[in-house]
Structures are given as C-alpha cells and as structure tokens.
Design a protein around this ligand. Sequence first.
Ligand code: GUN
Ligand code: ZN
Length: 429
Amino acid sequence: MAQSTLLKGRILSFEASPFEEDPDAAARVHEAVLIENGRIAALGTFDALSAAHPTADVRDYGNHLIMAGFIDPHVHYPQTAIIASWGKRLIDWLNSYTFPEEMKFGDPDYAAMIANRYLDLTTAHGTTTMCSYCTIHPESVDAFFTAAQARGQRVVAGKTCMDRNAPEGLRDTPKTAYDTSQALIEKWDGVDRLSYAITPRFSPTSTPEQLEALGALWAEYPHCLMQTHLSEQTDEIEWVRSLFPDARDYLDTYEKFGLLGRGGLYGHVIHLEPRERDRLREVDAALIHCPTSNTFIGSGLFDMNGLIADGHRIGLATDTGGGSSFSMLRTMAAAYEIGQLRGRPLHPAQLLWLGTAGSARSLRMEDRIGNVAVGMEADLVVLDLASTPDIAQREAHASEFWEAVFPTIMMGDDRAISDVWIGGARVGA
Ligand code: GUN
Ligand code: ZN
C-alpha cells in the first residue's frame, strides 16, 4: 500500500472563485488533508481521516494555515542578481541593468548557479510553480529546467527571443529563434512536470520576421503557452507605434503575426486600448498583473476592477527582477494597494486566490495545481499567521478568519512560510 501522509492544521480550499461568489461561500477550511502518491487524496476531519488511514505519517501544524503553494506566472529568473536596481524606467532599466546581466547566461555554470539560487529563494517564499523567461541562450533554459526537475517542481519556461534593439551577444535571428525554441520544446516540454512557453520578449526587440517565425512555431505547437509583454509603459507604447507604423495598436503587433491566442500570457497590460481589451477577452488570453514591478519601474496602475468585471483571465506575478520582491505575499499586498488607489479593495480571499488558483488558471493548469482539492498535485505552503511580533499582535485580536489572515498578506514575508511541500514531498521553507 502506498505511504500516505496526513497534515493537520487549517486547510484552505477554494470551491469557487471569490470574485464570483461571496468569499465565505467560495472558501472552506478543513481540519486535515491526506496526501498519497504526490496528490491530494482526501480532505476532512482529522478523526475521520486518521481512523481511515491508521498507518499514515501524521504532521500536526497546529493552527497554521495550509494552502496551495503560490504560483508566479511571470518572472525572469536571470534577473535574480539585479533585483532592486535603482533609478531607471523600463527601457533604460533594460539597457543599464538587465541586458548586461542576461549576457552572462551563455555560461552554463553561471546559469545553473542563478537558477538554483532563484529556486532556493522562491521556495523560501512559498512559491512552488512559476513561468519564467530565460535569456536568449539555450543554456539558460537547460539550467532552469534541470534545476526545477531535480526539485520535482512544476514550472514553465522558455528561451527569450530578440533580434533587434538589444546588444550584440543578446540577439538571435528569426531562423535561430525558431530552430532553437523548437529544439528546446522537443527536449523539455512535457518531461516530468516541465512545460515550454514560446517567448518573444516584446515587440520592440523582435523584427516582424521574428514575430512571424514565432507565430508559425506556436501554430505548430498550439498546446504550448506563449508569453510576452504588452502595454507596460507609455514611452514603450510610443516606441512600438514608431517601429510598427501600420499596426492598429500594440496588441496588433502580436495579433498580425499569430501571437494572440488562447494560451497567450501578456505581462503588465496597463495602458490598454478598448480594442485590445476586447480582443484579449474574445480569445480568453491571460493578463498578468505585476504590481510591485509596476510601481517600482513606475509603469502605472492595472485596472483590476474593470478587467475582472469584463471577465478577463488574470494571474498575479512578481516579475522578478523588475518586481521588487520574490514574495507572493508582498505581491498580494501591492495588488491590494493598487486596488485601493483604483477604488477596489481586494478581499483577502481574492488576494490568496489570485496568487494560487487565479495564477494556475492563467497557466491553464487549474486542473492540476493552485488549489487543495482531491486529485490535485500536492504542492502546499504552510503559513504561520503570527510570524512576527507586529503581525502576531494584530492577528491576536482578529474577530474572524479573514481578519486573522489579512495581516500576514500585508506584512508577511519568508518568516511567515513555516513549511513547503512539493509534489507530496516536504522540502521545508
Ligand atoms: N519588457 C521587456 N522586457 C522586460 C523585462 O525584462 N522586464 C519588464 N518588467 N518589462 C520588460
Ligand atoms: Zn517581465
């Protein structure tokens, strides 16, 4: 008989989206969760589950909150070492900090060192799945997938493609972008828990010929995700207009080359035109909100309220290292603050849902990860809701569950992560 593990605590499970149902109806708190063969096998009371599974290993987390591991659907792992770089806006920030650092990833040893450092840091913050840009070097993709595979993590990643407006040494061509991306899909996509995302960085760094080649590649591998950036800063949008004078808008620079579709992930999407919003909704593409990045680089305020009301598929991401934190708790806090500035205070249930089930939906993996439900993969984070004196004193006089959770969302960091489980194995925080 398979070895089973029984975790006791306060297990948070979503039965519906808290954007569609009242948060208290959308979420349920169970007393115990049973893990077998890397998956959630049952939820219920501790007495019932321990009676039914008397040989299970039991781990008692007291009143800690046990929930799905965080999912970060837009990151650049190669920017780990340049997080928190001062004083620039997007294009200058790319040229001054990002491109020189990304240049180093042709070296497989450096790429492996940063990939492992990034995964150590994000595990400590309770993130169990991410979708990462790599660099133009295939070595950077091999390094990331190798490191994630060794840890049993479900991750998505892709080679970043650029054939103009980037320094010598960081440019490929339409043909090499196509051929190398295809070879990496064949090598990695669907191996263990790894998936490939076709990755044109953004339209300013790709010629029309490269966008067309990657659109053709996506048509050949339509089950793959495709990730890029869209409408992040106003100067960037002006630049796109001058580079693509015939395009109707920024989205059109992707759309006309086959890079708009289901399975597309569009990062930032702050300054959208009505036509762009409509088309993204029509194809049910994923919009990725990167709140710490949008304030740090000075990009603008995502319209969560309007986009949710229109039924968009939305994920929540750090955008490391344009984002200023590896922590999805900090990212939820920033989403709350931006919501306040735009007149919509997100409920704690909505914030936790965005960073788990919502992000899983953006990756089209909601049947496997992002929730604690029978049959889902057992990627879990255990949260201490009183991890520091300041949080503890606020939590102590909460009168209900969500009021006890909210201080950890707003003030919590890696000290709040008391344990992490990946694929049913305890990895520690
Ligand atoms: N737009 C194009 N590349 C990048 C990047 O690396 N980070 C951010 N935030 N925006 C981008
Ligand atoms: Zn990005």
